[in-house]
Design a protein around this ligand. Structure first.
Ligand SMILES: [Zn+2]
Length: 320
């Protein structure tokens, strides 16, 4: 989500352009170029606007690799340079389709579906989806959450272990993966995998993503005790252990409904996600939550724009 200006220019028409860009490689390349550069394409190497599209001498059409050249530094480049799709040979029309689906599907989209729709290999579809999830990750300089912020934790994936009395236990105390959420009322969300649900861990998670000017709302889980003194708006809690769920505007319903959507997606579309990859799915589900007031075209553009500048930070996961 680099600049809002660029996508102000394009958002009105963008919904109609996406299906075309998913069907035709030239349309896809030019769609990505418009989202990245708007009306003034500039050189990815030196920033100069003295740039031109290279044409094929025989056909008079654009060069097969869709290259640009800069008159100032003399270098060639494509719209892929410096993005999560830079080193990929997968056509941009497939990237466009995958960005579109990933940005607009509330419950997520399976790599199998991308494989089928784009007629690419399963390995390529997985590669696309993992890079797109990475593009959706919050930037290091994303502003912290502010206002009334609900904090809550849940457990995702895995099988609940058998308790001592051979009764299946749920939630706290099982081998599932704990996930922490901080969410603004009618605003943004930040979720993360946490190693445990101790006071030390959860408080550190709160400090990492919530602005100290905020007011915190949680349930009565003791791990949150004492954090209120660090927050200008204090800390209030509802007493879930005595079945109190709402007291005035004190509730964690926003965080809980965000977990419900997450779990439906993880179980319904992805049929479970291993602990080590769960954070990537959180990036995607958070992105969809954070763009829920946009239309589908705006969300897709926001996802594509977030792919810029992320390439170097990406570590290739084992097995891909
Ligand atoms: Zn240049």
């Amino acid at each position: 989500m680099k600049t809002t200006k660029r996508y102000e220019l394009s958002k009105s028409k963008v919904v109609g352009e996406i299906p075309l860009a998913c069907a035709n490689e030239l349309a896809a390349v030019e769609f990505f170029e418009r989202q990245r550069w708007g009306k003034t394409p500039n050189c990815v190497h030196c920033g100069s606007v003295e740039v031109y599209k290279m044409m094929d001498a025989k056909t008079g059409e654009r060069n097969k690799r869709f290259l640009w050249r800069c008159r100032d530094c003399g270098k060639q480049y494509t719209v892929r340079i410096g993005t999560v799709y830079e080193e990929s040979r997968i056509e941009l029309r497939h990237w466009c389709y995958a960005f579109w689906r990933a940005a607009t599907s509330k419950k997520g989209v399976a790599a199998l579906e991308i494989q089928r729709q784009c007629q690419i290999s399963y390995k390529s579809a997985l590669f696309l989806m993992n890079r797109i999830r990475f593009a959706m990750a919050p930037d290091n300089d994303s502003p912290k959450l502010i206002g009334t912020v609900e904090c809550d934790e849940t457990y995702v994936g895995g099988k609940p272990r058998l308790g001592d009395g051979k009764i299946r236990r749920r939630g706290r105390g099982t081998s599932k993966t704990p996930v922490f959420a901080a969410v603004e009322r009618r605003g943004r969300i930040r979720r993360q995998v946490v190693t445990n649900v101790s006071g030390k861990t959860l408080k550190a998670a709160i400090r990492e993503v919530v602005n100290p000017q905020s007011r915190l709302v949680t349930d009565d889980f003791p791990a949150y005790n004492g954090i209120g003194s660090e927050y200008a708006g204090g800390h209030q809690s509802v007493c879930h252990s005595t079945r109190e769920y709402v007291r005035g505007d004190i509730h964690t319903n926003t965080a809980e409904s965000s977990f419900a959507i997450l779990k439906r997606g993880i179980l319904g579309i992805y049929h479970n996600v291993s602990k080590e990859y769960l954070h990537r799915y959180l990036w995607q589900f958070d992105f969809v939550w954070n763009t829920r007031y946009m239309n589908d075209g705006e969300r897709t553009v926001a996802a594509i724009q977030s792919a810029e500048g992320k390439r170097l930070m990406y570590k290739q996961p084992v097995g891909l």
